[in-house]
Design a protein. Structure first.
Length: 593
């Protein structure tokens, strides 16, 4: 059921309650007047010489009074039961008029008590149905008074009865006229109060509806950290909320655009064809640009002519659209767009509802994106550790494992030599000892690269110098370390560790592939950045050609260097050409460190 239907039902119920209250007031007033008539009859009976049973007019009045009491009891039963009779007011007006005429006709003259009862239908008729009806009833009762006075009763003494009769007629005719003047103004005031009450009630209903919708959205959003589900829930709740506030045509189309690297793309949508879902937007023209720059919702008439929204086929069937920015602080995430096939469709209620929904959703979207970033970071860290284990496995396989295998072969050969020519065993043992010492150096080198303790105690330059010295013990290729004094003092230990890994990987690549005669490692500060360079004078290579098909190789050392540089907010650059050597450069901003 729509909100408008519920409000109409509430208004109808309120009108019925007001009608019932009015009927109760008239019913109670009728009891009072009937009691007054009864007392008047009893008083007149005691004053009469014939008594109550001896006076025919009094008996007639008593019978009519009994009928009136029964009639009013019936009205009470109806009101207590809560039954609704649309013609209740008209029926009671006719019966009250008939009772007044009957009492006056039966008495033969309009006494004060009967006149008061006769005023009841004239006043209620004027207030409920207009002064013309009240005047008609008053005229009928006044005519009855005159007939009762001059036809039914004896001819009166003009000096005694005529003034009373004139006063009675004037009162019966003046009462509906006065009521007619006062009644409309009272009704206008009552209608204004009713309209104000209805307006206030609608505001309360709308506010309650807004609160319920936002509460449902909050419950939905709190149950997920998937930003796709967040956007889907936002569109679902926004669409349902606007339908409850008006026509289903308010949500002919709904979509959420989020910023990518360079433009806006549709991340979630409702009632959007496949072609529209692939459209990209720059957000630099029309309603999109206005909403993003002002951070306020924008209502667009005829969105088909908008320079960017007009790209959507769906918008050509919409007469109006509203664009709500998805913004948190100073960061724009995108916009939510809703289109309607009705002109002037979106009111302040829709405006406020969409703003509240989008504000609630943007918090959940932030949390979802932060969670997604955390998961991506976690996966990347796990991948980095996995790559480190693979590198260790590869280095162990290419280094100590091969050397130990050679030692095993030498020992087996030494056993044969010992049996055939014991004099040569000393030379063979010397070779085995050399292999063992070499293996020890390789293992110590691997342990050093896994956790260079000197990096934590003396810093990056000292760690790289020690690394170069250890390489010199195993290889004739010289590694020259050049460092500006205190160049690394602005870097934390984690950043220094990542730079050490990148330099080690670059040196390892140069030793394996460059066929170089020299390797230089330079540490320096340039333009607010810490720079580490590894340069060799080897054969070089085609950087673009290697990077195009690098993912097909078994080793991913270059990719690991790029990823680790990104982890510390740095940039990695590789410059090389065939025959011109290679230079690997990693730069890390020092701002804020």
């Amino acid at each position: 059921m729509f909100l408008s239907d519920r409000i109409a039902m509430v208004a109808k119920s309120k009108k019925q309650r007001e009608q019932a209250r009015t009927d109760w007031v008239i019913c109670n007033l009728r009891w009072l007047l009937l009691a007054l008539v009864g007392v008047a009859i009893v008083v007149e009976a005691y004053a009469s010489e014939t008594g109550l049973l001896g006076s025919v007019p009094l008996l007639r009045q008593l019978v009519i009074l009994a009928v009136a009491v029964g009639y009013n009891l019936t009205v009470v039963i109806i009101l207590v039961s809560g039954a609704v009779f649309p013609r209740m007011a008209l029926a009671t007006l006719v019966l009250d008029s008939a009772l007044a005429i009957g009492l006056i006709a039966a008495s033969g003259s309009p006494g004060n008590s009967l006149l008061v009862f006769a005023l009841l239908p004239t006043i209620t008729g004027a207030l409920r149905f207009g002064w013309q009806i009240g005047l008609l009833i008053g005229g009928a009762i006044a005519t009855t008074c005159m007939l009762a006075t001059y036809l039914i009763a004896p001819i009166p003494d003009s000096a005694t009865e005529l003034p009373s009769l004139v006063a009675c007629v004037v009162a019966l005719l003046a009462a509906p006229l006065v009521s007619g003047l006062i009644g409309p103004r009272s009704q206008q005031v009552a209608q204004k109060n009713q309209l104000a009450g209805t307006s206030d009630q609608r505001k309360v209903q709308v506010a309650a509806e807004h609160s319920r919708i936002i509460f449902e959205l909050a419950n939905t959003l709190s149950a997920t950290l998937n930003y796709h589900k967040v956007l889907d829930a936002m569109l679902e709740v926004a669409g349902a909320g606007m339908v409850e506030l008006g026509s289903p045509e308010l949500v002919r189309a709904g979509l959420v655009m989020l910023f990518g690297e360079h433009d806006l793309g549709i991340a979630c949508s409702r009632h959007l064809p496949t072609r529209d879902q692939k459209v990209r937007f720059q957000g630099k023209e029309g309603a999109l640009a206005e909403a993003l720059s002002s951070a306020e919702p924008v209502i667009v008439d005829n969105p088909a002519v908008d320079p960017e929204l007009g790209q959507l086929v769906t918008m050509h069937g919409c007469k109006q659209a509203i664009v709500v920015p998805l913004r948190a602080g100073f960061e724009n995430y995108g916009v939510a767009v809703f289109g309607s096939s009705l002109p002037n469709a979106y009111t302040d209620d829709h405006y406020n509802l969409l703003v509240a929904i989008c504000n609630q959703a943007i918090v959940a979207l932030q949390n979802a994106q932060l969670y997604q970033s955390l998961m991506d970071e976690k996966e990347r860290i796990v991948q980095v550790e996995e790559d480190a284990r693979k590198k260790l496995s590869r280095d162990l396989h290419d280094g100590p494992t091969q050397t130990i295998a050679a030692m095993a072969m030498r020992l087996n050969y030494a056993r044969v030599v010992l049996k055939k020519n014991p004099e040569q065993i000393y030379d063979e043992l010397a070779k085995i000892e050399e292999l063992a010492r070499r293996t020890t150096k390789e293992i110590r080198h691997l342990l050093f690269t896994l956790r260079p303790l000197i990096l934590e105690t003396q810093g990056l330059p000292a760690a790289l110098q020690q690394y170069a010295d250890k390489l010199a013990e195993m290889d004739d290729l010289p590694v020259h370390v050049e460092s500006v004094e205190d160049a690394d003092q602005l870097l934390d230990r984690d950043t220094q560790g990542v730079i050490f890994y990148i330099v080690e990987e670059a040196i390892g690549n140069a030793r394996k592939h460059a066929k170089a005669k020299n390797i230089w490692v330079r540490l320096k500060v340039e333009g607010g950045e810490f720079v580490a360079e590894v340069e060799d004078d080897g054969v070089g290579f085609d950087v673009d050609g290697v990077q195009v098909r690098y993912d097909e190789r078994g080793s991913l050392g270059m990719i690991n260097m790029y990823e680790r540089a990104d982890l510390i907010g740095g940039k990695l650059g590789i410059v090389s050409a065939p025959g011109e050597g290679t230079r690997v450069r990693v730069s890390v901003p020092l701002r804020g460190r």
